[in-house]
Ligand binder design. Structure first.
Ligand code: LLP
Length: 427
């Protein structure tokens, strides 16, 4: 996080709070967020995407991390929120998030989710397919509502990221093809109970290259120009999704937010000029870029298993139940020893979790000082897509979450207890 440092004792601190003390106070596995980091990233996105007179709307992709205390900070920073289900809408509602700034996405929304969105009065419903558009119109008519909608389109761009997090390709379950949208836009214009205001695309996540963002924008703006010529449809809003990459490893160098912003906004201005269209209001939906770096995960080392000539395993008290990203995407992390940050790494270890699967590995062949049982392993950049994808695999309890700010720590999610595991079973 922005606010991390190393104490005289060689302990990692976040916002002035010793992470080793946090591990002792709250137990492990523990997720620790820095409020300063979250606020700083919100400011950074706003500053960079508001350059040259742009009023880009910044909408936090809540799927990366949803927690009531964190949503309050996001709302205070003036951002919007992207949700993808009735469940996420209910969490937003519990956080008293301003509903007019909430977007509802999803490729298979149920009637009850659409009704909930209408009841809560969400700002935008992002329509994924023609059937959904007609369903929403009917449901809105029943309530006398007229929601603003965007069409999600598939611009057919390969973002060169992991296949499981690529979404804008032609072969994707998300959104309208351009041909489908061409047919559906005039239909939407004729519907009485929806107001189509624009288009959305999201091409993928953890995208290091700038070019796919620009290509998707060109394809969409050309489509927007076509819509205007053929159907007289004036696009008011263009929601360009998220996907900005963050640095997980010391040898990675993703573009800074300012670099993405300059390229995307500059390209937007040029293309709108070239195509002679009135520039629609721009929206972006960062998830990882906003929250990933704000948190670390802390684990306690238990068993150390050295297999001569083969591998040294360090086993920690968490793993794939709280962070499935290495097993699911082959995602790489760079752990450190939070209690011995000043010592020189001189041994190679593989950090394994505690779950009954060989694939339950958090990091492979990384260098650490000679590890002892009881050491505290810290895994940086765990703020996005770890906790919301956590499970109760092997009867595990989801971790506690702490927020630190200005030398103070507060619990923002309690650790699950055994009763939580049994809550839903019926005998
Ligand atoms: N907007 C839409 C419509 C999305 O589907 C997503 C992410 C975002 C915005 C935010 O993307 P971001 O800025 O965070 O890249 N679980 C995977 C990532 C899945 C992303 C899904 N959609 C992972 O752990 O890498």
């Amino acid at each position: 996080p922005i606010s991390s440092s190393i104490s005289d004792e060689g302990h990692l601190t976040i916002s002035g709070y010793d992470t080793v003390t946090l591990a002792a106070e709250y137990g492990t596995p523990l997720y620790v967020f820095s409020e300063e980091d979250i606020r700083g990233r919100c400011r950074e996105f706003a500053t960079e995407f508001h350059r040259n007179g742009h009023h880009t709307r910044i909408v936090f992709a809540g799927k990366a991390l949803l927690n009531i205390a964190i949503l309050k900070i996001i709302a205070e920073a003036g951002l919007g929120l992207d949700t993808v289900s009735g469940g996420e809408l209910e969490i937003a509602s519990a956080a008293e998030f301003p509903m007019e700034k909430v977007y509802l996405h999803g490729n298979n929304k149920s009637d009850s989710e659409l009704e909930l969105a209408l009841e809560k009065g969400v700002g935008r419903i992002v329509i994924d397919n023609p059937g959904e558009m007609f369903r929403l119109n009917r449901l809105a008519e029943d309530r006398g509502a007229k929601p603003k909608i965007l069409f999600r389109i598939r611009p057919g761009i390969d973002p060169h990221t992991h296949a499981k997090i690529s979404t804008g390709n032609i072969d994707s379950k998300f959104g309208f093809s351009l041909n489908e949208a061409m047919v559906s836009v005039p239909q939407a214009m004729a519907l009485k109970n929806v107001e189509i205001v624009g288009f959305h695309y999201h091409i993928g996540s953890q995208i290091f290259e700038i070019q796919p963002f620009l290509d998707a924008m060109t394809t969409t703006l050309e489509f927007i120009s076509e819509m205007q010529k053929v159907h007289g449809f004036v696009t008011q809003e263009l929601d360009a999704g998220g996907g900005f990459a963050v640095q997980y490893l010391s040898d990675q160098k993703p573009p800074d937010i300012g670099v993405y912003a300059e390229a995307i906004l500059g390209h937007f201005d040029n293309e709108c000029g070239r195509l002679k269209i009135v520039p629609p209001g721009l929206t972006i939906e960062p998830g990882r870029g906003l929250i990933a770096r704000a948190a670390v995960a802390l684990y306690t080392v238990g068993v150390i298993k050295e297999i001569p000539e083969i591998r040294n395993y360090v086993c920690v008290d968490g793993g794939m139940a709280d962070n499935i990203r290495p097993s699911l995407y082959g995602a790489a992390y760079e752990p450190y020893l939070a209690n011995r940050m000043n010592e020189t790494p001189d041994k190679v270890y593989t950090v394994a979790g505690r779950y009954c699967e060989s694939g339950d590995i958090l990091a492979t062949d990384i260098e650490l000082p000679a590890v002892k049982s009881g050491d505290v392993i810290v895994v940086p950049v765990c703020g996005a897509y770890c906790l919301p994808m956590a499970s109760n695999y092997n009867g595990s309890l989801k971790p506690a979450v702490v927020m630190v700010h200005k030398g103070q720590a507060r619990l923002i999610r309690r650790r699950e207890v055994m009763a939580d595991l049994l809550r839903c079973d019926i005998n």
